[in-house]
Design a protein around this ligand. Structure first.
Ligand SMILES: [Zn+2]
Length: 402
């Protein structure tokens, strides 16, 4: 239940109560009126009136499913976000492809479209691709689009809505992702870094729901991170927080592409992992990794899952480097909780288990602390769900009027 702030009038209070109900239904999927009353602190009468109004507006619906949460008598009806309410458009700009979805306030994906980039990728061709597929996607739904969330590889300037100069991403530079979509719609458009988006998806709809402080790390061919502090997404001044890849773990180390020395990214990016595979080849000359000219992080994790000694050794080293950065980050934010997400779905928990072991044994790590490191519940889709989540979050905060 929201605290009543000084200067609020009755309409503001009512709107806050409606948003609290929507947030609860969206993040818990279904709730009975009694559960909603318990969570919001509203009287049965007030709650019932608000629900009736929201059902009439197609925001909330009664589910066919009945609640098991009852003492005696008739099972209470469960409420949910209406399947006829507005929808949200999510756009994910990854290095290898573009994905557009429509989804709902509860983070469910309704429709999805994946597109490959053209050979010549630049600002013009990317703008044309986004416009074409956004217009295709919205043609397929009769529900109004309330907002668009763009989750993207960085670096970004979230305030100005720009992709600055993502490495290894054609000639795309200072790309106005927000401006292009704003030209096609009257709905608000938000830009968020992919790792931050994934951390927010976990906060609203996933494992992070009841965790106040945690770090989300996104393992791709490099490493990104998103931070949730005091129950809120921490994006920083222009959305560049969580750049864990370019924090140094060896200040006398080799020069990184960013100009600094001994960055985590230098040791853990895919180019270095491939070099290590070649250097350590004697460990398993029949390793499938040696048959591939450009194994990806997913290929290495797959091989480690099959107990390939070469992959296990390369990933052990990878986790050792990562441990230094994560131990520092956990100390900085005073948390013991990390969620790990991947660019592609990977089997098992090799990385999570290795990191727990390493961090727990780190010098200076208090033995009474219990570090928890878990695989993202959304698999490789966390940044995509995050594109929906950034719009939902702005609705719950009252920044988008319903
Ligand atoms: Zn660097």
């Amino acid at each position: 239940m929201m605290q009543v702030k000084k200067g609020m009038n009755l309409n503001d209070i009512k709107e806050n109560n409606r948003l609290s109900i929507l947030r609860l239904l969206a993040t818990h999927k279904m709730m009975s009126r009694a559960e909603l009353a318990r969570h919001t602190g509203l009287t049965k009468m007030t709650l019932s009136n608000l629900i009736q109004e929201m059902i009439a507006e197609n925001l909330v619906a009664e589910s066919q499913q009945l609640s098991d949460d009852y003492q005696t008598g008739r099972k209470p009806v469960l409420l949910m976000i209406s399947p006829e309410s507005f929808c949200i458009c999510g756009v994910l700009i990854r290095r290898d492809r573009l994905t557009l979805v429509t989804g709902d306030l509860a983070g469910n994906i309704i429709d999805k479209q994946c597109v490959d980039y053209p050979q010549e990728l630049n600002n013009e061709s990317l703008a044309a691709l986004i416009s074409e597929h956004y217009l295709n996607l919205i043609k397929r739904t009769s529900r109004p689009i309330i907002g668009i969330g763009v989750s993207s590889i960085g670096p970004l300037d979230e305030i100005r809505g720009l992709l600055l100069h993502p490495p290894e991403f054609g000639d795309v530079s200072n790309f106005d992702a927000v401006g292009i979509l704003k030209g096609l719609t009257h709905s608000p458009v938000f830009l968020i870094n992919d790792a931050n988006a994934a951390a927010l998806a976990e906060k609203l709809y996933g494992t992070g729901k009841n965790i106040e402080n945690y770090l989300y790390i996104h393992l791709m061919n490099g490493i990104g991170a998103g931070l949730v502090l005091n129950g809120k997404m921490h994006t920083g001044n222009i959305g560049q927080s969580g750049e864990i890849g370019h924090t140094s773990i060896n200040f006398e180390g080799p020069l990184c592409a960013c100009g600094s020395r001994g960055c985590l990214d230098y040791y853990t990016n895919i180019h270095n992992l491939r070099k290590r595979i070649t250097a350590l080849r004697e460990l398993n000359l029949s390793s499938q990794l040696l048959q591939q000219t450009m194994p990806s992080l997913t290929d290495i994790i797959d091989a480690a899952h099959r107990q390939d000694p070469l992959a296990v050794c390369v990933l052990d080293e990878f986790c050792r480097f990562l441990t230094w950065s994560l131990t520092n980050a956990l100390a900085l934010i005073d948390s013991d909780f990390i969620i790990v997400g991947y660019e592609h779905n990977v089997p098992g928990d090799f990385i999570e288990e290795t990191l727990i072991r390493n961090i727990s044994r780190s010098p200076g790590f208090n033995e009474n602390r219990q570090v928890k490191i878990v695989h993202s519940v959304f698999g490789s889709s966390a940044p995509l769900v995050g594109a929906i989540a950034i719009v939902s979050e702005n609705i719950f905060n009252g920044n988008i009027k319903l």
